[in-house]
Design a binder for this molecule. Structure first.
Ligand SMILES: O=C(CO)COP(=O)(O)O
Length: 259
């Protein structure tokens, strides 16, 4: 049985006091330590605050992005080893906002995923189609292109233990719009993604966590997480509200998939 994970992507939100309060509220909720695995993705400027509040607990944190070089004259960029230095275990790679607003191509996403693995971070790699692509019947073709671009990192996984890589299916039309994919739509995409991974690395496909992201809320989380191929959520807006995020974590816990 695959474990379940709930991740909060704070995007470009929050100042130190907000991060302190949100992180502390999640800890105060007394969630079961490891079911689900709960991961926070604050902006870089808040990683230190989150790490100070959460260190020594089961709560994990990560960066929202990284650059593939380890150091050098790359003004404004952050490397994997810098994230490790902040105590990060995870990093988001290829979020649709990075792809759409900052021109990240499949090749860039691959390079970043490789850099993350190289520095010992677990990349949470995001894929998903736009609304237009779905309407034109291109969802599976887009997912195939995005997953096949990741072949070099997928091929290196699949050994005996839990993979050092997580995928997130985030249909762009469902992000920040309140238009959640139905559990059936999400499950169909997740099962398809898993079958694509199985074409290359069958052992990995069974163990790989595939999170769903796109308007996950307290009132729809349980139905999404109950689906066979959905292994948790990558939560945007609702992760900024402690009560809502804690309820989403509880919904994941109630699905009952332990580590
Ligand atoms: O992009 C997302 C998480 O990475 C989803 O955002 P929303 O939950 O706000 O739709």
């Amino acid at each position: 049985m695959r474990p379940i994970m709930v991740a909060g992507n704070w995007k470009m939100h929050g100042l130190s006091a907000d991060a302190q309060h949100l992180t502390q509220s999640i800890l105060d909720a007394g969630l079961e330590p490891t079911v689900p695995e709960v991961v926070l993705f604050p902006p870089f400027t808040l990683l230190h605050t989150v790490s100070q509040v959460a260190k020594g607990t089961a709560l994990r944190w990560g960066g929202q992005n990284l650059f593939w070089e380890n150091q050098g004259a790359y003004t404004g960029e952050i490397s994997g080893s810098m994230l490790r230095d902040m105590g990060c275990r995870y990093v988001l790679v290829g979020h649709s906002e990075r792809r759409q607003l900052f021109g990240e191509t499949d090749a860039v996403v691959l390079r970043k995923a490789q850099a993350a693995l190289h520095t010992g971070l677990i990349p949470v790699i995001c894929v998903g189609e736009t609304g237009d692509e779905r309407q034109e019947g291109k969802t599976n073709a887009v997912l195939r292109r995005q997953i096949e671009a990741l072949t070099p990192v997928l091929e290196h996984q699949g050994g005996g233990h839990q993979p050092h890589l997580v995928l997130a299916y985030e249909p762009v039309w469902a992000i920040g719009t309140g238009l959640t994919a139905t559990p059936e739509q999400a499950e169909e995409a997740h099962a398809f993604i898993r079958s694509l991974v199985a074409e290359h690395t069958p052992a990995l496909a069974k163990k790989l966590l595939i999170l769903y992201g796109g308007s996950v809320k307290a009132n729809n989380a349980a139905a999404l997480f109950a689906a066979e191929d959905i292994d948790g959520g990558l939560v945007g807006g609702a992760s900024l509200q402690a009560g809502e995020f804690i309820q989403i974590c509880r919904a994941a816990h109630s699905v009952g998939r332990g580590v």
